[in-house]
Ligand binder design. Structure first.
Ligand code: PEP
Length: 253
């Protein structure tokens, strides 16, 4: 059975006090209300990680995530954060290749392949983001584009390492725009991605890979998205900053 995962990407939001309040509310609500084994991941800014870790405590189905990491192991890279550092503060998941990092920080497929390797070498789980722009979708080239992103950054991995990857399909035109992909559009892309993975790694690995949807997901549209056979959860931006909305999304399976 594939894992159901709902990861919140706080992006560059929240002071430490605001983050404490949000994390505490989420931890309490998940403890009281989430009865299945859906995994919640809080991808906070770096400065929140240790505080969030302490508030999460031993909650069985809540994990800590980061939004980025260095491709280097250690050394003279001022301002960077290594995967070893993330691991040492209790991080389990690392978002890689978010469209904002690809666009504003010029992260290429090759750089992301190196980051994926770093994350895996430390035993953490990459949440690898892919997705097309509106321009590409309007040309109906989205499947070629997104499968190529996967090939370029992930298909150098061994079968064993690939099986540790979580994928997040995030159409760029749906991120932070209020414009959600329809459940049919999400299902179609997720199915194409799974078929693409099966072509390289075999059907069993493909069937076990969690593929999350991201892009203006909210409590009102999550149930329909999560009901699709190839949608295994969500990467949630805006709605992850409101505890009630985030937990209602987690409860949407
Ligand atoms: C995201 O940034 O990963 C995201 C999906 O954002 P939003 O939910 O706000 O569209």
């Amino acid at each position: 059975m594939r894992k159901h995962i709902v990861a919140g990407n706080w992006k560059m939001n929240n002071t430490l006090e605001e983050g404490k309040k949000l994390t505490s509310e989420i931890v309490n609500m998940v403890r009281d209300e989430v009865m299945d084994d859906t995994i919640a991941v809080l991808c906070t800014p770096y400065v929140h990680l240790t505080t969030a870790r302490d508030l999460i405590g031993d909650a069985a189905n809540i994990f800590l995530g980061a939004q980025n990491c260095s491709q280097h192991e250690s050394g003279a890279y001022t301002g960077e954060i290594s995967v070893g550092m993330l691991s040492s503060v209790g991080v389990s998941y690392v978002i890689l290749g978010h469209s904002e990092r690809r666009e504003y920080f010029a992260e290429s497929d090759d750089l992301l392949a190196a980051k994926v390797d770093q994350v895996l070498s430390t035993g953490l789980t990459p949440i690898f983001c892919c997705g097309e722009s509106l321009e590409i979708r309007e040309k109906d080239e989205q499947y070629e584009f997104v499968t190529q992103q996967i090939t370029n950054s992930l298909f150098h991995l061994s079968q064993e390492n690939f099986s540790k990857i979580v994928i997040a399909y995030e159409p760029i035109w749906a991120i932070g725009t209020g414009k959600t992909a329809t459940s049919d559009q999400a299902q179609e892309m997720h199915h194409k991605l799974r078929t693409h993975i099966a072509g390289k790694y075999g059907q069993q690995i493909a069937d076990e890979t969690s593929i999350l949807y991201g892009g203006s997901a909210k409590p009102s549209n999550a149930p329909e998205l999560f009901a699709q056979p190839d949608v295994d959860g969500g990467l949630i931006g805006g709605a992850s900053l409101k505890s009630r909305d985030f937990v209602d999304i987690i409860k949407s399976f």
